[in-house]
Design a protein around this ligand. Structure first.
Ligand SMILES: Nc1nc2c(ncn2[C@@H]2O[C@H](COP(=O)(O)OP(=O)(O)O)[C@@H](O)[C@H]2O)c(=O)[nH]1
Ligand SMILES: [Mg+2]
Length: 188
């Protein structure tokens, strides 16, 4: 039987968490979408663009089974993915979600790297192994890995890679990167 592994996919609003979990998951993902509560006149302003008024305030769930190449003595792993907002104001939800998690995949967006600082801070404080996946959008400024690492103040051992959250292969590669990192930490 594959070993169950809980993984949290975290990052700021609109970084691509829901997209990522849906792409990586082998099951139909479960998502909790809720209409943003807007104060006063902004409700009227947004009435014409309903699609833009929803955001995920809850959690995305997905599942991905990783099987080692045959022959292998390793039973493989089944990743249970929990996509969650990483803003400081969701800290309580976040602490519950990361309970028992083996690792966190932090999503970042090069157009606003600082938006990922909160979640990096939460992860560091929690002492959970993590890796950083930079979700590349069409208008993302292209920075090299070294510049990204410096901007995010990552340790040399923290894995970082660029991905397309819409692409199942790309998303899964990010999760494999994280699982490999966790394994290295456990074995060292
Ligand atoms: N171009 C592009 N758009 C993306 C990518 N990932 C997500 N999006 C879009 O960005 C928006 C926010 O993504 P979403 O997954 O809802 O973000 P979340 O708030 O972190 O869950 C959605 O409209 C997605 O379709 C990507 O890699 N490239
Ligand atoms: Mg979402």
């Amino acid at each position: 039987m594959p070993v169950p592994v809980k993984i949290v996919v975290a990052g700021p609003f609109a970084v691509g968490k829901t997209t990522f979990v849906a792409a990586a998951s082998e099951t139909a993902p479960l998502t909790t979408e809720e209409v943003l509560t807007q104060a006063g006149e902004s409700v009227d302003d947004l009435s014409g663009v309903r699609g833009k008024t929803t955001t995920t305030v809850g959690v995305d769930f997905g599942r991905l089974t990783l099987r080692p190449p045959e022959p292998s003595a390793h039973p493989g792993a089944v990743l249970y993915l929990f996509g969650a907002p990483g803003q400081e104001r969701f800290r309580l939800l976040w602490e519950e979600l990361t309970y028992g998690a083996m690792g966190v995949l932090v999503l970042a967006d090069t157009r606003r790297l600082d938006a990922s600082f909160d979640v990096l801070d939460l992860v560091e404080r929690r002492g959970i192994p993590y890796a950083v996946a930079v979700n590349e959008f069409e208008d993302s400024p292209a920075h090299g890995p070294a510049a990204l690492r410096a901007a995010l103040d990552l340790e040399e051992s923290t894995p970082l890679a660029v991905c397309d959250a819409r692409d199942p292969r790309s998303a899964r590669n990010m999760l494999i990167m994280l699982v490999e990192h966790i394994r290295e930490l456990v074995e060292s």
